[in-house]
Design a binder for this molecule. Structure first.
Ligand code: NAD
Ligand code: TYD
Length: 348
């Protein structure tokens, strides 16, 4: 029996991970700690909410006193930490909340775990889920390796980089048992429609403009979210303490090419004539400090732990678009209310 605290389990990646762990490991208790920001939604976990090995606890990771109580009450022996503010554009508008949640929140969890485990780390693990954005931006060539020097540019990536440093500092200073993974851009179901892929699917459906930043020439490396959850499962069980693993699918796309694939697939699935939604493409002012290219080399994860992505991108993107088309109620629920004013402010 293990008692695993998953933070941010009501968010996009967290909900896929919680579902995987709850269904695959009936002998693990999964405690989902989430404060339910705009990005956290318990609807994402409806199918597993009644399972005996699942518990939800509403708690802000920055609330150190409350976090300590959760460790005691649920006798936590492992942590998989995903809770974060995760959207670059929001970090440009409000960097404070990113430093607070991503840096201070991570520190609060590290310290609570260290206190509760009383420096006896046998069988304990603190797994920190991070991003490839900490490595900065690539030119036309090359890949991010685990050894690439950190060079974050956005307030989001700076806050994630800082949290990674705190995790390593705990490992080095206290021999606190940690593992870190840095993953490329994820796509799939239950992603909040402020990020490129769900935002654009939603806008294609509703015949709204598709705001392409700059010339659409930035490159991202896309991984199906279920493959990220599978990688976390593998690293959690087989990763070496103190190590870092890059996760990615060698699947780079220039934004504009990806957008064209989305338009083509969505038009077909919506029964529209080919090319109908091309006219929605609207070039807008570029994001400030926009990283040109991300590309992950995940050879270490493949060679040492045997993980590989399970899906080809064409299959994954079709599945994803179908999911959003079939789950209009979910989209409607998360895009009503506060989201409307965010959208107006962001894309005025
Ligand atoms: P998300 O924004 O969809 O979800 C974040 C979750 O954290 C939400 O449920 C939110 O309610 C919760 N949360 C936020 N602040 C909190 C707080 N103070 N206390 C408790 N809970 C809080 O994010 P995501 O895309 O699922 O990303 C999850 C993690 O994976 C993040 O750490 C992110 O940096 C990392 N990551 C994301 C991607 C990606 O492409 N989305 C890629 C690599 C790494
Ligand atoms: P995003 O999904 O925000 O992920 P990240 O910035 O963390 O990589 O954006 C992916 C790419 O799409 C990025 O290059 C910015 C671009 N983008 C747009 O062109 N328009 C948009 O409205 C959004 C949200 C993103």
């Amino acid at each position: 029996m293990k008692n695993i605290l998953v933070t941010g389990g009501a968010g996009f990646i967290g909900s896929h991970l919680v579902r995987l762990l709850v269904n695959k490991y009936p002998n693990y208790n999964i405690i989902n700690m989430d404060v339910l920001t705009y990005a956290g939604n318990l609807e994402n976990l409806k199918d597993i909410e009644d399972k005996e090995n699942y518990k939800f606890v509403k708690c802000d990771i920055c609330d150190f006193e409350k976090v300590k109580k959760v460790f005691e009450e649920y006798e936590i022996d492992n942590v998989i930490h995903l809770a974060a503010e995760s959207h670059v554009d929001r970090s440009i508008k409000d960097p404070f909340s990113f430093a607070q949640t991503n840096v201070m929140g991570t520190l609060s969890l590290l310290q609570a775990a260290k206190n509760y485990w009383q420096d006896n780390f046998e069988g304990k693990l603190f797994y920190h889920v991070s991003t490839d954005e900490v490595y900065g931006s690539l030119g036309e060539e090359g890949f991010f390796l685990e050894t690439t020097a950190y060079d974050p540019h956005s307030p989001y990536s700076a806050s994630k980089a800082s949290s990674d440093h705190f995790v390593r500092a705990f490992q080095d200073t206290y021999q606190f048992p940690t593992v870190i993974s840095n993953c490329s851009n994820n796509y799939g179901s239950y992603q909040f429609p402020e990020k490129l892929i769900p935002l654009f699917i939603n806008n294609i459906c509703n015949n709204k403009p598709l705001p392409v930043y700059g010339k659409g020439e930035n490159v991202r490396d896309w991984l199906f979210v279920n493959d990220h959850a599978r990688a976390i499962d593998v690293i959690f069980h087989k990763g070496k303490l103190g190590e870092t693993y890059n996760i990615g699918g060698f699947n780079e796309w220039k934004n504009i090419d990806l957008i064209k694939v989305m338009i083509k697939t969505a038009d077909r699935l919506l029964g529209r004539a080919p090319g109908t939604s091309d006219k929605l493409i609207t070039y807008v002012t570029d994001r400030a400090g926009h990283d040109l290219r991300y590309a992950i080399d995940s050879t270490k994860l493949k060679e040492e732990l045997g993980w590989e992505p399970s899906l080809q991108f064409e299959e994954g993107i079709e599945k994803t678009i179908k999911w959003y088309l079939e789950n209009q109620d979910w989209l409607h629920n998360v895009t009503s209310g506060a989201y409307q004013s965010y959208y107006k402010e962001m894309y005025k």
